[in-house]
Each structure stands twice: as structure tokens, then as C-alpha cells.
Design a protein around this ligand. Structure first.
Ligand code: TMP
Length: 395
């Protein structure tokens, strides 16, 4: 029986975080076919074509986790929980970005790994110990030699970006102390399927994990999940609390609950993925018709949050600068650039949505609550948002 089953084709796509300078917009962009696969044996969902880490994570990386209050709050709350319940002496973060998580801890206790040197520098400037390297066994051995073992390793939205998962966990096993805790946080496949958020798939998200698939990989490395927190972050994420199997720790009810829910939904069955594919196709049709309707109203349509996720949506639905006038984004490194593939100008967010804007496509739908709160005035004045999840609609 064929193990890897291709179930979704999201068409020709550019690299999702590769925002273009003005000088690049008339040049041919590098594109690839975004196909999503389900491995019937390991239950892992992954993208078919992958790129080297160097190509995606380098000193031009535009993403900053500090750009959202929701993320900052979530990291702060987790840090409080860690201090209270685990009280670790040494903390290592894999993929520390601009230090939004580490800043909640004593500098002497932490080490951050961040291969994107432009982002790593931000954390280093705040006097945190950060290493601008990729996570692998060589680095893990060096850290162990220099700093000893770690009793807490945290990684959010990073492990799913690394192709060689066996190397990831081999490296973690080198540094994690015998009774240490590993906390992983990544988008939940169950939520992705339920909310039809096919834009969780792009070149950086090599995997979208279910509990079932992650459990299978961890077991190979003598690690097990003992607790799961379901978060609303990034459109539904899971925070996995993990220990070495030898600790024989009590498995909490949250793990059994997640297992039951995933099985009930059919996350281990290929038919579930073909149903998802059908929903994604109809989502595309509906979104295109919504944009057509909005355009017919002769009102300006803009985008809000030029996310990597929105690269997938816009290129899949072929919505470009003929439909969307410009994007607003708070990230300096994205401003005055153009969206990959669709070449929509990204402008600086200056605190208001202009009066002539009729519709706002919510690229950063995962921060809907935060953004709607911020944009009360626009909404009160009759402004409308276009959102694609769970089904495309105007709100
Ligand atoms: P993400 O979905 O990959 O985390 O990216 C969120 C993007 O949205 C990031 O470029 C920052 C931007 N953003 C805004 O422009 N305004 C906001 O209020 C929020 C929350 C995010």
C-alpha cells in the first residue's frame, strides 16, 4: 500500500515570506507546486516539495513574534506557569525569534537558538545569550559541553519548519536533562481541518502536526506527551508538555481527550483528507465570488496583515494587485515591499484604516480578536472585513 498520499494541490506558489522590493516586481519569481501529503503509516501531514533552511531562514527573515499583543501575552502567561510549576535552572529556546518568550526570564538562565541573524541580533542587543545557528546535533553537543544540560527546552512554531525531525529530537535528547521538560507549540492539524485553514500550508510549514503523528515520532526518541493545552494562537495550536518515557510520569486527561477527538474526527483516515480537499476547493470558489462582489461595489479593498499564510490564499485563489489596492502591516521589514506572487504593495500601518476603504481582507485572521478590538472605529463606521475561515464571508 502506498504510504504517502497526495490529497491537496494548492497550485503554483512563491516562497511565502519572500517579500519583493520594487526592483523585483517585474522579474520572474521562483515558484513551486504546493502539494500536501498524508502518510498513512506515521499519520504525518507534510508538504511535498521542500526548500533548504538557508533559503528560508536567513538574515532577511521578516517575521517578528513581538508584532502581536496576543503572542506577547501568551508567552508571558506560559513563562509564569513554567516558573511556578517547573522552576527550571537552565532554559533553552529553539527558534527564539526576537526574544518575546525569553524576555520573561532571568538572562543568566537562558539560551536562545535563532538562525535568522537579523532577528537574533534583536534579542542579543537586549543582552540575552543567543546563538545564530540551526538546531542540529553538532550545536546540541556544543551547548552541552559549554553550558551543561537543560531542564527546560521550549520551541514554538519552529520544529514544524525543520525537515529532519529525527535529527531535531536526537539533538533535543543530547541537551535535555534526564528529568527535563520539553514544551512544543505548533498549529493543530485538527483545528486546521475543522476551520478549513488551508493557508497553514506553505513552504516553511513542512509539517502540520496532529497529536497522533507527533506521538509516533516522539516514541522513537523515548519521549512522551503527558499534557496538552489547546490554544487559540495562530488559528488553533497545541502546546505539548513532554518528558522522557523513563520518568514514568502520569499522563493527564488532556492527552486522552485529544486522542479521542482526533480519532473521532478521523485524523488517521485518508478519507478525511479528501473531504478536506473538497471543502478547500469550494472555499476558493466562494472567496473569489466575494472579492468579485466587493469589487462590483466600487469600493477600495485592502489587506490587513501581510502574513505568510495569506501568500497561500492569494496565490491559490489568484487574487492580486488588480483586486487588492494595498496591504497594511506593522512589521518594518515588510513595509514598502510587495506580496510574493501577487505583487500587492505593503504599506505602513499608521493607526487608522482610511475612510475610502470599503473592505479589508484579513490576512492576519489568526489575530482577529486583537485586530477587531483595535479597529472598533472602522467597524462602527460601517467598514467590512473579508475572512476565509471557517468559510469565506464578509463581516
Ligand atoms: P503571522 O500570522 O504569521 O503571525 O503574521 C502576522 C502579521 O500580521 C505580521 O506581519 C504582523 C501583522 N499584524 C498587523 O499588521 N497588525 C496587527 O494588529 C497584528 C496583530 C498583526
Amino acid at each position: 500500500m502506498k504510504k504517502k498520499i497526495e490529497f491537496l494541490d494548492l497550485g503554483q506558489q512563491p516562497l511565502a515570506n519572500y517579500y519583493l522590493d520594487k526592483s523585483q516586481i517585474n522579474k520572474i519569481e521562483r515558484k513551486y507546486r504546493l502539494i500536501i501529503c498524508f502518510d498513512n503509516q506515521s499519520k504525518l501531514v507534510s508538504i511535498k516539495k521542500t526548500f533548504s533552511s538557508k533559503m528560508m531562514f536567513n538574515n532577511k527573515y521578516p517575521y517578528r513574534s513581538s508584532m502581536s499583543q496576543t503572542m506577547q501575552k501568551s508567552f508571558k502567561e506560559l513563562a509564569r506557569q513554567i516558573k511556578k510549576k517547573i522552576n527550571p535552572k537552565r532554559i533553552l529556546e529553539i527558534g527564539s525569534n526576537d526574544g518575546s518568550f525569553l524576555k520573561n526570564f532571568n538572562k543568566k538562565k537562558t539560551i536562545g537558538i535563532e538562525p535568522c541573524a537579523n532577528v537574533e541580533r534583536i534579542t542579543k542587543k537586549k543582552k540575552f545569550n543567543t546563538i545564530p545557528k540551526y538546531w542540529n546535533t553538532k550545536l546540541a553537543r556544543n551547548i552541552l559541553k559549554k553550558h551543561g544540560s537543560m531542564d527546560l527546552i521550549y520551541s514554538a512554531n519552529t520544529i514544524s519548519h525543520i525537515k529532519d525531525l529525527n535529527d531535531v529530537f536526537k539533538s533535543i535528547n543530547i541537551v535535555l536533562s534526564t528529568s527535563g521538560t520539553l514544551i512544543l507549540e505548533d498549529p493543530s492539524l485538527l483545528e486546521c481541518l475543522k476551520r478549513n485553514t488551508y493557508d497553514q500550508f506553505y513552504n516553511e510549514h513542512i509539517y502540520v502536526f496532529s497529536y497522533l503523528s507527533l506521538k509516533n515520532i516522539l516514541r522513537k526518541h523515548n519521549l512522551e506527551i503527558y499534557k496538552i493545552e489547546n490554544l487559540d494562537i495562530h488559528g488553533g495550536s497545541n502546546r505539548y508538555f513532554i518528558k522522557r518515557i523513563i520518568n514514568n510520569i502520569k499522563i493527564e486527561i488532556s492527552v486522552k481527550r485529544q486522542n479521542k477527538e482526533e480519532i473521532k474526527y478521523g485524523i488517521d483516515k485518508k478519507a478525511t483528507y479528501f473531504k478536506f480537499q473538497k471543502r478547500v476547493e469550494s472555499s476558493k470558489k466562494k472567496l473569489i465570488s466575494i472579492f468579485k462582489y466587493c469589487k462590483s461595489k466600487n469600493k477600495k479593498i485592502i489587506g490587513y496583515g501581510a502574513t505568510a499564510k495569506s501568500t497561500t490564499i492569494l496565490n491559490y485563489c489568484k487574487i492580486n494587485n488588480q483586486t487588492i489596492d494595498y496591504f497594511l502591516d506593522t512589521t518594518k521589514d515588510k513595509q514598502n515591499k510587495y506580496t510574493p506572487g501577487t505583487k500587492i504593495k505593503i504599506e505602513e500601518y499608521k493607526g487608522v484604516i482610511k475612510n475610502d476603504v470599503g473592505y479589508v481582507f484579513l490576512g492576519a485572521w489568526n489575530f482577529k480578536k486583537e485586530i477587531f478590538k483595535k479597529e472598533k472605529k472602522y467597524i462602527k463606521a460601517g467598514g467590512k472585513f473579508i475572512i476565509h475561515t471557517p468559510f469565506p464571508k464578509i463581516i
